[in-house]
Design a protein around this ligand. Structure first.
Ligand SMILES: [Fe+2]
Length: 266
């Protein structure tokens, strides 16, 4: 038995990047497509993204921290941790104004995480930030070593984990105390990357009963892919749209780097 999952995340209201990733994923012939959160925020077309996912019920969608900021009105309850978050919270309020009540309700009901179990005791766990935090208080940023991430995953025994949130795709082999290796896949991001490569990304996780790969008794194979995308037109579209500081978003789309490198969000 073989099973193929395709995953992408952090679309952030950006339609053309999503279409570029969807076209590439289509060719993968996946058995299951999973979107790992942050459909909205930071982009000009949040309602179109949510509606597109509502119209594709065969895709599993997990909620991201920014989605939750919009649906739970973070600007009324949360205190921004930085000037960056202050701007984000204002943008979330403006994003919510563009969503219908049905779209807000649908988005708010997406689960925090999903576990796929293609065969007994072989688990693939999918979450936006970490398996214990949506991404507001903790995350798995690039700067952490595999050992440091291993400590954070001490209590979790899934074979493979997949997340989004940090806007840079990777496949990491995490050493565990019991001597086994856990694979951690970051699928992000579709909308804009922060790892220096402006191309949108997605991830592929394959399971095979008779596998000969690198985790979970050799039954799992994971890879990330970048998709060619002409960023200039979409960067300009963001700059000229309703979003506040569209030039910051446009700059991230062009460069594939965070707009303020001194203050990375995690
Ligand atoms: Fe996020």
């Amino acid at each position: 038995m073989k099973f193929k999952y395709c995953l992408y995340s952090d679309i952030h209201g950006q339609i053309p990047q999503l279409e570029a990733v969807e076209a590439a994923v289509e060719k993968e012939n996946a058995d299951k497509i999973i979107v790992i959160g942050d459909l909205v925020g930071l982009g000009p077309e949040p309602a179109e993204i949510v509606q597109r996912m509502m119209d594709r019920p065969w895709i599993d969608v997990i909620i991201g921290n920014v989605d939750l900021w919009v649906t739970r009105k973070i600007w009324e309850t949360g205190t921004p941790k930085s000037p960056h978050q202050e701007w984000m919270f204002r943008m979330m309020e403006m994003t919510r104004e563009r969503l219908s009540d049905d779209q807000i309700e649908w988005l708010d009901k997406r689960p925090f995480s999903i576990t796929y179990t293609p065969e007994i005791n072989r688990n693939f766990h999918v979450f936006h930030g970490t398996p214990y935090d949506i991404g507001d208080s903790d995350a798995f940023p690039f700067r952490l070593t595999d050992d440091e991430i291993g400590e954070k995953l001490d209590d979790f025994d899934f074979d493979v984990g997949a997340h989004g949130h940090i806007h840079g795709p990777s496949v990491r082999h995490i050493p565990k105390k019991n001597g086994e290796t856990q694979i951690l896949v970051c699928a992000a991001a579709v909308g804009m990357s922060w790892d220096g490569d402006p191309r949108p990304s997605y991830a592929v996780v394959e399971y095979a009963s008779e596998g000969a790969w690198d985790a979970g008794n050799g039954k799992w194979n994971c890879r990330v892919e970048r998709v060619e995308f002409d960023s200039e037109e979409q960067a300009t579209f963001n700059e000229n749209s309703w979003i506040e500081h569209g030039e910051r978003i446009g700059g991230m789309i062009r460069s594939g780097t965070f707009w303020n490198p001194e203050h990375m969000p995690h």
